[in-house]
Design a protein around this ligand. Sequence first.
Ligand code: ADP
Ligand code: 5GP
Length: 223
Amino acid sequence: MSSSPGKEFLLLILSSPSGAGKTTLFNRLRGEFPLLRFSVSHTTRKPRPTEVDGREYHFVDREAFQSMVKEGAFAEHAEVHGNLYGTTIREIELARSADADGVLFDIDYQGARQLKATFPEAIGIFVIPPSLAELERRLRGRGTEDEATTRRRLAAAKAEIAHYGFFDYVLVNDDIDKAYGKLRGILLAERCRRPRWAKRCEELLLEARAETTSPQTAPKETP
Ligand code: ADP
Ligand code: 5GP
């Protein structure tokens, strides 16, 4: 796998404690920027009633996941809340070959660290809730987890937040419109980073040099 997909192509990682709002934020971003492609991970977690295999995740059993690890299929993988999750190299290559201008990763801090090691230009955003009580309300309100899983995820949240220092940005998801506004702002600012525009600037410079070296047209004589 190439270590750099090119400066034009944006790799955007969103991580957070479970229930902080990554999926909600990503869905809005994809609605507004359809050329951003969502990276569909593999997981050994059981699908939720609304989830479709191949859309939210590729659902596989542990055995299949472990053989993919052995085959070197993953760009990153980790155990999160007792299940295995991973991003395949193929998923990133598919995004690069598709008509996409960037790829979105909803992965945990362990995966973010691994991806950053391979793609240092990837942008890491850590989403936090306004409070732990609000995180619990959201997780319970979503109603996708049983009591034991909810407790496990809430307990893990504290350890996950300890890894905030690893990310480029921290986004407090208090009011969803405000949080989305900030996420959108990060995306637009990242798209303006100098290395992405070096080629365009050099082209303009060439054009400017060509203009100054071309013979001047003689000024028209006045009658
Ligand atoms: P994650 O993907 O990080 O686990 P979700 O996007 O599924 O989190 O959000 C968890 C729950 O919280 C969902 O029911 C979602 O509708 C709700 N939610 C997300 N953002 C906010 C917000 N800013 N205010 C209130 N509820 C929110
Ligand atoms: P969920 O089960 O709620 O969909 O996801 C649980 C956690 O696993 C979230 O923190 C999510 O970001 C993380 N996750 C999802 N896919 C991947 C992946 O491919 N790699 C890693 N490292 N984490 C993932």
